[in-house]
Design a protein around this ligand. Structure first.
Ligand code: ADP
Ligand code: ZN
Ligand code: ZN
Length: 802
């Protein structure tokens, strides 16, 4: 028997399965979709069996056998194996990358360097001997941390030990130790009688056990019930009254209980939308719906009731939410409705927790998976519905290989399972809305807020005028007045800071020098808590300089407006205000996110101050004011989607105010008040925004009128990067038709990251049948030749930022 195996080697010029012999003893165990360890070159690597067959083209004596089978049951379904092929072809990655991305990280390949004993340990110097103890292999790390690398090297030279890289089996199943009481009542009686009277406690335990024959308890439960110590339980177990065993348990990712909820009576608009969707669920049609509903229009209630129908039919549902908006509030609404049938998958969980949630899905123990991008791979086998909430969010696109978009994967799976997809948003991406207009997607619209609340009043403040009037603070007069008013009325407010490009940097006031990262072409960010400068691209950090590195002036200090600085300014203006700050710094710890929101919900603060994180999903009745401190930062990004992103952000943020009984007010501060993205977001006027933005896209030949693909070439040497970007460009020009627009090579907008210079070429096209094949050829040239020269080449067929 021959197994075709996709191996975990992604530096190989060709991407294809390799043939391996299945050893006799594994023939009845191997299945397609199982992981294996196989020899490749000089070492063992992880692989996935993608096919089993009787013949191979490889000569018999060249065939190597599978070294080890890692799964008794397949961990990838046929659907996943097919999807991986499709994804490999559509994102131009290695198939192994597609396979691995579908699994929880606990199951991905991990390698560990190990030191093996080759001779009698007494040959080794004593320190090393001690490390081995009575083992024949120890981790390399152990030797390293014991500072014995030099000793190790000489022992390796003498052939006493050998270094090997081994595939590490991960994915620990969590187990607890439990006690199973013997099931023979008479036997227990005998044991009880044999216990000498001075061991009264032991006797008590056995007598108690006799009343619970065959039952299972944790040791703790027994100790508490009979009030004895663990030693006593141990002693009676030794006498044969019970046995220990290990029981598999799930880690619990939920930190708190939620109250249940029942389906609401729908509004007319919701009713119409739900009916359409249910029709597809029942008739098993793979329709893609674009649910365009203004903020607060009740999209989530539509999702919930549609999912209920899928569950009633014995099917499952996936709900995707963008990572940053994976607010506890959103997941809670699903748990409130479906209770234990919900599995949650997001980056806040530990590796083990993620693995447990994934297994619950695979075993069919839950019916709904709520999670960020990668939850689109939830291993359900009978999907009835897939939902992407806030479908316009850029986090749905993976920025690393495989560069897939969750929307495309969702639609692929919906076709496989014959079930509908709902793309929901108040501000759909231009691509999706254009597809809905062409009837590729079916448009469903919610124009009114579910509880008839009016949209908040939005005021745009021109910050240039504030400056003219001598106000140099971050707060306009209007915003300060409104804040004072809410503090007086004891209502709550949200202040929103656009984080990107807006953190504090250190600037010399004499010569204008900004402290930059020494590895990257980007300014360092000031962190007050540690008094350090950090680079957000490579992680490099250093102390805040006391003098300017250029002119040696002492007038060098931080500048700009991070959330910390704003917090300080609020306290200066309103000493009595209670502020909660939510940003990367305050939410690093697990559960911190939940805690901040809970405190805000419990009215423990007046002001919630934060970054993108707070833009979406927040729903608190007492919020009556939303302040956007600067709308401009996202407007000025060097990205063709800058206006779209700004419109989306402002609409989302405004949607946080006045969602319940109290009317809401929004104040947007900006240096470009006349911009259409700012103006049209005031009344959530999506249609005119769409029309205007589509005109711009047409004029500059951008999506959705054209597709774009991005080629990025990086190297440590700037000339090499430029040269090979030029070569890539020449190759494309030669192979592609004259219909295609080719731009570049140009330095990327951040031209150096981690000491590598970055050049890029942009391909704009409408229909270019030859494109994929051409790019594959380019990738092959890179993998066989350029890679040896230190070049890195990235191809992104649907870049979210250019
Ligand atoms: P969206 O997801 O479109 O922003 P939500 O689903 O969060 O809107 O709904 C906004 C508010 O309206 C929520 O508080 C929700 O409980 C409420 N709501 C939604 N549908 C109804 C309904 N049919 N009747 C009453 N309240 C509703
Ligand atoms: Zn200076
Ligand atoms: Zn850096």
């Amino acid at each position: 028997m021959i197994a075709q195996v996709i191996v975990d080697v992604s530096a190989y010029p060709v991407d294809r399965p390799f043939d391996y012999k299945v050893p006799e003893e594994l023939q009845e165990l191997v299945e397609v979709g199982c992981r294996v360890k196989v020899p490749f070159g000089k070492r063992n690597v992880l692989g996935f069996i993608t096919a089993l067959q009787s013949e191979s083209d490889v000569p018999k004596d060249k065939l190597k056998p599978i070294a080890e089978l890692l799964d008794i049951e397949p961990i990838l379904t046929n659907e996943m194996l097919e999807l991986a092929k499709w994804m490999t072809d559509h994102t131009l990655c290695y198939e192994i990358d597609s396979l691995q991305v579908m699994l929880p990280s606990a199951l991905r390949a991990k390698y560990e360097k190990t030191i093996l004993l080759k001779e009698d340990p007494t040959y080794l110097p004593e320190e090393l001997q001690q490390l081995f103890g009575n083992k024949t292999a120890i981790p390399y790390k152990k030797v390293e941390s014991a500072n014995l690398l030099r000793v190790l090297k000489s022992c390796m030279k003498n052939g006493y030990v050998e270094q090997k890289t081994v595939v590490k089996q991960q994915g620990n199943v969590k187990e607890v130790r439990k006690v199973k009481i013997a099931s023979d009542y008479e036997r227990l009686q005998e044991i009880a009688e044999s216990i000498p009277p001075r061991a009264k406690k032991q006797r008590q335990v056995v007598e108690w056990m006799a009343l619970h024959v065959g039952e299972e308890f944790t040791p703790n439960e027994i100790c508490e019930t009979v009030s004895v110590t663990p030693q006593v339980v141990n002693a009676v177990i030794e006498k044969g009254a019970a046995t220990y065993f290990q029981e598999e348990v799930y880690r619990d990712p939920f930190s708190k209980e939620v109250k249940g909820s029942i389906p609401l009576a729908l509004t007319d608009e919701q009713e119409v939308a739900l009916k359409e969707i249910l029709h597809s669920v029942k008739s098993r049609q793979a329709t893609t719906y674009l649910l365009h509903g203004i903020t607060g229009s009740g999209k989530t209630e539509v999702y919930l009731q549609a999912i209920q129908e899928a569950i009633n039919r014995g099917q499952e549902a996936i709900v995707l939410v963008p990572e940053i908006s994976l607010t506890p509030q959103m997941t809670e609404r699903f748990r409130a409705r479906f209770g234990d049938l919900v599995a949650v998958m997001h980056s806040g969980l530990s590796k083990g927790e993620k693995y447990d949630e994934w297994r619950k899905i695979g075993r069919g123990e839950v019916k709904v998976a709520v999670g960020a991008r990668s939850a689109v791979f939830a291993p359900f086998t009978n999907l009835g519905l897939i939902i992407l909430d806030e479908e316009h969010e850029s986090t749905y696109k993976q920025e690393d290989t495989p560069r897939y978009h969750a929307r495309d994967i969702a639609i692929w799976r919906s076709e496989y399972h014959h079930c509908p997809v709902i793309l929901g948003s108040a501000t759909p991406s231009l691509e999706s809305f254009a597809r809905a207009k062409k009837n590729v997607y079916t448009l469903l619209t919610l124009e009114k807020r579910a509880k008839q609340q009016s949209l908040p009043k939005v005021e745009v403040v021109d910050m240039r005028e504030e400056l003219h009037n001598g106000n140099r603070s971050m707060f306009s007069g209007a915003l300060m007045e409104a804040m004072e008013d809410r503090l007086k009325k004891k209502e709550q407010m949200v202040l929103f800071l656009n984080r990107r490009g807006f953190s504090s940097f250190v600037l010399c006031r004499d010569c204008g020098t900004v402290v930059q990262c020494k590895n990257c072409d980007i300014s360092m960010t000031y962190h007050r808590s540690s008094e350090k400068l950090k680079c957000h691209y490579c992680g490099y950090e250093e102390h805040v300089p006391t003098e300017c590195p250029e002119c040696h002036s002492e007038h060098i200090r931080f500048f700009g407006t991070g959330t910390q600085k704003i917090e300080a300014e609020i306290y200066k203006l309103f000493p009595e205000a209670r502020v909660l700050r939510m940003d990367i710094d305050t939410t690093r710890q697990k559960g911190a996110h939940e805690k901040i929101l809970e405190d805000f919900g419990n009215l423990k603060a007046d002001i919630l101050l934060g970054t993108q994180m707070i833009a979406k999903g927040l729903d608190f009745p007492k919020i009556t004011l939303v302040g956007v401190l600067s709308a401009d930062t996202s407007l000025n990004l060097p990205d063709f989607r800058a206006a779209e992103r700004t419109f989306q952000l402002l609409t989302q943020v405004s949607g946080r105010a006045g969602r319940h009984d109290l009317p809401g007010e929004v104040i947007v501060q900006t240096y470009s008040p006349e911009h259409y993205a700012v103006q049209l977001s005031k009344e959530q006027q999506y249609a005119p925004f769409y029309d205007q933005e589509m005109m711009m896209r047409h004029q500059f030949a951008y999506p959705p009128y054209y597709f774009v693909a991005l080629i990025q070439v990086t190297h440590e040497d700037v000339l090499m990067a430029a040269e090979y970007a030029g070569k890539a460009m020449d190759f494309l020009r030669l192979k592609l038709s004259s219909q295609v627009g080719l731009i570049g090579p140009t330095p990327a907008s951040i031209s150096r990251v981690q000491n590598r210079y970055r050049y890029q070429c942009l391909i704009k096209y409408k229909i270019e049948p030859n494109l994929t094949e051409t790019l594959k050829q380019l990738i092959r040239i890179y993998r066989t030749d350029w890679i040896k020269k230190g070049i890195q080449l990235i191809v992104d067929l649907d870049p979210s930022v250019i």
